[in-house]
Design a protein around this ligand. Structure first.
Ligand code: ZN
Length: 322
């Protein structure tokens, strides 16, 4: 005999097991999941770890430009094509990189709102740390996972109503110290006052044993804590807001997560941001960060969580409630 509480718990476990089993079957067999084909190409050995300035980085860009075109993104009016080349100083060196920037114009306006639409900049760095001899640092999680998620979000968004303009920034030279994102912000390709938020994606596919997403930037706008709670409820994915915490994640570094990826370039200009990622894990910056270690059911969840963020941010951006 078991009590009703025990019975209810057993049923919940059974349901969770089935859901887990089903999602792994779906992920293993559903080759149509576009984020899986994008991540597998970007993390392939042919891309040689996508180091800034390398042949692998160039091949990655050729692939991404093709995907931007397929999705229906257009270049920014301030650029002649999708590329944004830049030179940036790193210590005594000059690093030359190339960001890729795609644009989707707002296509609806909120009733009574006659102001011109603001911008949401979704970012994910496509560069990684290359190779060392025969060892390739594929960077499947860091950050082919974020770029593939961004492409999926752009393709979904292109087919829906948008109250704000959306910019998709595949940044270069993040691994050298956020150089591409800083160059993008400094170049004034958009009027900074018109950027409502940066949604930055960096490492979404390897949970390190924990089903949770770390969210930085929760204090960068008064409406964000509520927005994060709403997405946690809607998705059932635990969201760990990190701005007030000094140590987070399974392998917490001492780093302030508000500064660890490209969103910092926007934060430095006073632009609100949200940063989604899983935090450091055992495979971080090792040759073992490969496609085979991507947790496909978990990654499918984080891709959809990221998409929820973009939708909610567009609604918030459009109503000009801030
Ligand atoms: Zn990264």
């Amino acid at each position: 005999m078991i009590s009703m509480i025990e019975f209810t718990m057993l049923m919940k476990v059974a349901v969770l097991c089935c859901v887990g089993l089903m999602s792994s079957v779906v992920a293993a067999t559903d080759n149509a999941s576009p984020w899986l084909s994008d991540i597998s190409i970007l993390a392939s050995d042919a891309m040689e770890g996508r180091e800034t300035g390398s042949k692998g980085a160039q091949l990655s860009r050729e692939y991404l430009v093709k995907r931007y075109q397929e999705i229906g993104l257009t270049p920014l009016s301030t650029l002649s094509d999708f590329t944004h080349p830049f030179d940036a100083r790193k210590d005594t060196d000059i690093i030359s990189g190339i960001n890729l920037v795609g644009f989707l114009a707002a296509n609806v306006s909120n009733a009574g709102n006659h102001q011109s639409p603001r911008y949401i900049v979704v970012s994910a760095h496509y560069d990684h740390i290359g190779r060392s001899g025969r060892r390739i640092f594929n960077g499947a999680d860091d950050n082919a996972s974020g770029v593939a998620a961004m492409l999926y979000m752009a393709s979904r968004s292109e087919q829906q109503s948008r109250q704000c303009h959306q910019v998709f920034l595949a940044s270069d030279a993040e691994e050298h110290g956020l150089l591409g994102a800083r160059a993008f912000v400094k170049a004034d390709l958009l009027d900074k006052a018109d950027i409502f938020v940066n949604l930055n994606l960096d490492m979404l596919s390897q949970p390190g044993g924990r089903r949770e997403v770390l969210v930085s930037g929760n204090t960068s706008h008064p409406a964000f804590n509520q927005l994060i709670s709403g997405i946690e409820l809607a998705s059932t994915m635990p969201m760990i807001a990190t701005d007030e915490r000094r140590r987070v994640g399974r392998y917490p570094g001492k780093a302030d997560r508000r500064k660890v990826s490209d969103h910092a370039a926007f934060a430095e200009q006073g632009i609100p941001f949200l940063f989604l990622g899983v935090g450091r894990h055992n495979y971080y910056h090792t040759p073992r960060d490969t496609l085979s270690r991507v947790n496909k059911p978990f990654y499918a969840e984080t891709v959809n969580v990221a998409w929820l963020y973009l939708q909610k941010l567009d609604a918030l951006c459009g109503n000009r409630a801030d």
